[in-house]
Design a protein around this ligand. Structure first.
Ligand SMILES: Cc1cc2nc3c(=O)[nH]c(=O)nc-3n(C[C@H](O)[C@H](O)[C@H](O)COP(=O)(O)O)c2cc1C
Length: 167
């Protein structure tokens, strides 16, 4: 363990590289959203995964890409030595403008999944609010917060069945 936010990944021979067109303004967010979709599917199949954006040999990544594309990050995938442990989470009040008692069930389900979403350095720099039948999410500033935004949006939508729009 390097620090409590970084996990040492050993013997990770398989990984998924998230690659996309550099010109897309929301490439990082898209990588987070669709990457999390793959992650949840893999976890449901009994596999283990870990998002890695920083601590890997970027030059060694074998993903094919054209000159107009970039590797956003990778996801290590395989059978883990264990299932990992729950990360510490900010309180609901810090991640949401709504009080718990004022949340409809779908929103509360979405919020729970959002707090469980992995974020880089476990930073959880997002705030979610309700807007009619939708949720709206805003991200704080900092490295990898746009990838995190996509991941959290996917988790919220998968658990709540309602759209989570970016503002
Ligand atoms: C976008 C993103 C990038 C990450 N990059 C790294 C990384 O470079 N190295 C690492 O050890 N962990 C990395 N992680 C893993 C996080 O540190 C970990 O997901 C977070 O601490 C929450 O823990 P959990 O995944 O157990 O919920 C990354 C996670 C995300 C979402």
């Amino acid at each position: 363990m390097i620090c409590d936010q970084y996990i040492i990944i050993r013997n990770a021979v398989n990984y998924i590289a998230l690659v996309g067109n550099k010109a897309l303004a929301d490439l990082d967010e898209k990588a987070g959203y669709y990457g999390e979709k793959i992650v949840l599917e893999a976890q449901m199949l009994g596999l283990n995964t870990c998002w890695v954006a920083g601590t890997y040999g970027k030059g060694k990544c074998k993903a094919e890409k054209s000159a107009s594309e970039k590797i956003v990050c990778v996801i290590a995938i395989g059978y883990g030595e264990n299932e990992g442990s729950n990360h510490k989470s900010k309180s609901l009040e810090k991640l949401c403008a709504l009080k718990k008692d004022d949340m409809p069930t779908w929103f509360r389900n979405g919020m729970l999944a959002a707090t469980l979403a992995p974020t880089a350095l476990n930073q959880q720099k997002f705030v979610i609010d309700i807007d009619g039948q939708d949720a709206v999410i805003s991200a704080g500033k900092g490295p990898m917060t746009k990838i995190d935004l996509g991941i959290v949006r996917y988790n919220f939508e998968a658990a709540s069945g309602h759209t989570c729009r970016k503002i």
